[in-house]
Design a protein around this ligand. Structure first.
Ligand code: SAH
Length: 275
């Protein structure tokens, strides 16, 4: 018989001179992983991106250096090679460096590029996955990512390439025929173009669409519409808030469960968001 020691948890050590490349999830502190919390509590230096919430940074040690390295309107932002160089510099100085990104570091977050650079520089690092906005946002909106009666496939697509345009290499017909549920990131700006591609590829005009902005954080908002009604019904969706756009029949399930779900934004009990 194995003896179970209740209440104990052993997590890997955060060693000096190493980097933890971590995802902070979609925003609510309750959606952090235990490893990310440990990283926040022990790091000497935290290099964080836009979309990482203040509540989360507040978990760091008072003496930790928290440095914003994301993009901010009107301010010159650090270029990717500058961010990587900074991480390497701090690690070589013996610091425990937490590189904190929104969602999951390897999903539309350049984490792959950073990890490759760190490996090239011979710096040791650990990748800590986070709940990606697509998954967390759907869950907080009351939309199951998969449902046996609806989809056996789900696709995550970016609406924005490195030049800020809709990526040119998306096979729209392939996407529409293979994936009954499609989740777009960074797509508010290019949505009119995306909708026109989806329609041309044969997607039905009445396919349900949900725009989920500020998922899991105060101001969470879900707007339901259809492919045909998108322009009209999303006119008031704030264009600056982070948003994911979900397309597929799964959106309809929201109407059946969201009223009872405690994690979603509910004006009558806004504290529910603090979980
Ligand atoms: N690595 C991140 C994605 C970074 S790209 C992840 O795995 O989630 C930034 C995009 O993520 C935003 O433009 C938006 O599409 C989405 N996003 C991030 N946080 C969000 C949130 N709280 N609510 C809705 N969308 C969010």
């Amino acid at each position: 018989m194995t003896l179970r020691k209740k209440g104990s948890l052993t997590l890997p050590a955060f060693e000096n001179g190493t980097i933890w490349l971590a995802g902070a999830g979609p925003g609510a502190p309750g959606l952090l992983t235990l490893l990310c919390v440990k990283g926040l509590q022990e790091a000497d230096v935290i290099l964080y991106d836009a979309l990482v919430q203040e509540d989360i940074l507040n978990l760091s040690r008072p003496e930790a250096l928290c440095r914003f390295v994301g993009k901010r309107a009107g301010v010159r932002s650090l270029k990717q090679p500058e961010i990587t160089a900074l991480m390497i510099e701090y690690a070589r100085a013996g610091k425990r460096v937490l590189r904190l990104k929104g969602g999951d570091p390897f999903v539309f977050g350049r984490g792959g590029e950073e990890a490759m650079e760190l490996a090239r520089a011979g710096v040791h690092f650990r990748v800590i996955p986070g709940i990606t906005a697509g998954i967390g946002g759907m869950a907080y909106a009351g939309i199951p990512a998969t449902h046996r009666d609806i989809n056996t496939v789900i696709s995550f697509v970016t609406g924005h390439d490195s030049s800020g345009e809709l990526p040119r290499n998306i096979d729209w017909e392939g996407l529409v025929s293979a994936s009954p549920v499609i989740v777009f990131y960074m797509a508010l700006k290019t949505m009119p173009e995306i909708i026109s591609h989806l329609k041309t590829a044969g997607m039905a005009e009445n396919t349900p669409v949900a725009v989920i902005s500020n998922a899991s954080i105060p101001g969470q908002r879900v707007t339901e519409t259809t492919l045909a009604g998108y322009d009209l019904e999303t006119a008031s969706v704030p264009k600056k808030a982070p948003a994911i756009i979900v397309i597929g029949e799964c959106v309809k399930i929201r109407g059946l469960i969201a009223g009872f779900q405690q994690t979603i934004y509910n004006p009558a009990s806004p504290r529910a968001l603090e979980c």
